[in-house]
Design a protein. Sequence first.
Length: 556
Amino acid sequence: MKAELKTRLLEALGEAQAAGDLPPLETPAEIILERPKQASHGDLACNLAMQLAKSCRMNPRAVAQIIVRRLGDAGGLVAKTEIAGPGFINFFVGPLAWTRILPQIMAQGPDFGRGNWGHGKKAMVEFVSANPTGPLHVGHGRGAAVGDVLARLLAFSGFTVLSEYYINDAGNQMATLGRSVLYRARELRGGGDPFPDNHYRGDYIKNLASEFMATPEGADMLDIPEEQAVAKASAWAGAKILAGIEGDLQDFGVAIGSWFSERSLLARGAVDEAFAVLKARDLLYESEGALWFKATAFGDEKDRVVRRGNGELTYFASDIAYHLDKFRRGFSLLVDVWGADHHGYVPRLKAAMAGLDRSPDDLTVVLVQMVNLLRSGVPVAMSTRAGEFVTLKEVVDEVGGDSARFLFLTRRTEAQLDFDLEVAKAKSMDNPVFYVQYAHTRVKSVLRKAEAAGVSLPEPAAVDLARLELAEEADLARKLGEFPEMIEGAARNLEPHRLTYYLHELAGAFHSYYNAHRILSDDAALGAARILLTQAVGAVLAGGLSLLGVSAPEAM
């Protein structure tokens, strides 16, 4: 409806210029229609006249009067128009302007809200990318849900999207994993030195050690030189953990399109290739025996080491090479989903993008804050340093994937999230996902009752939409019509929480309507209109839940 009104405004503007009421002028890049804070100011407000006043050399209220006169009722969209304040145009929209969206929703079905502003451009969303040194914990689960839904939103908006997991399988952390397994194996055999504090702890390491020693490959790990044992244990345990991570993500409904190994990146000389690009632009220099990147040339607070004096590459060097590789694979939009503790790393990576002759805006880093795990409001003690944490698998097994995914997305990514296990598995209206899914089951219940009563589902084009006279019906239709705009905003701003907010509000509006009014009416025309409205609510709820990777049950 907003899009149609914008079109009508542009037509009115063109007519006013053609008639000489307004001088020739450049059309604004965007006409903004917003919902006023006060209902008495109408349904939508526009500042178009104020945007044009300076170019027209006219008072903005005079410009507004000309536009309003040419606009008329905007083809039946507008019941009343008012000019307010310095030149705002306030529109009071007639009920039929909102309800006319219902047949369109039913015609488009699961494609309602689909956009094409991505124009097929290639986008990569890289997320989770946890070191394969331990199982995914509940914090990783939030990042997985965010990344997966962002990929879905971008694909729904016309991008060609690849989701990728970057496997940090090179460097000291993998050797530390191997030593951790070796030391636990020695303990299991009744010997060995005290377990180092800076190694990976937790029962999973003991389990890995026991399992590895039972394999032909690891049977001799305590009889061979330590360096060799560490290498064997590291390779075996890393592969075992990674397989577990892949399984956990699949069980969580997350499909990773590509698993990219850091080790493979180093093996084919990608870091040297990245260095060559930076050297050609005079952005590397040697100092104090190390190789430095001129990050300050692009706004970072200091230059950054990419190769230490002992010849060892930094993580930053690998990340530069990895992102160069992404661009060379043809991706024009890069989205990295990181934990919020990496916020200080963003400026240097943005600087590296500029150093590679790419726009820093080609990379967006979405920071995801930590999860506070609760049980009935009481914090669940966790310490990754001590190896005490709740795994993603444990959470999904207890509360289900639907609840976990939905609740992980109920707040902005940069805000900490309180995740209460008891709320997440409650079959009550206090559980946000239950609240939304129950609205969908109510829709299906209405349709089943109609079928049982011998009431045929209406043909949308034949429904008399004027029978939807209640304010609640107009509000529901308006909420449904906001879905495409909300989806575009969520995708453009990489804010998946907008979708959960929207679904919760839509579900609430439908619950209230369902409780207050009889949908199946003895008046056939009224019943058909209300059934159509109910069908449209169900379609949008199902479409939104699908984008979240959450099921839309027909009965609960």
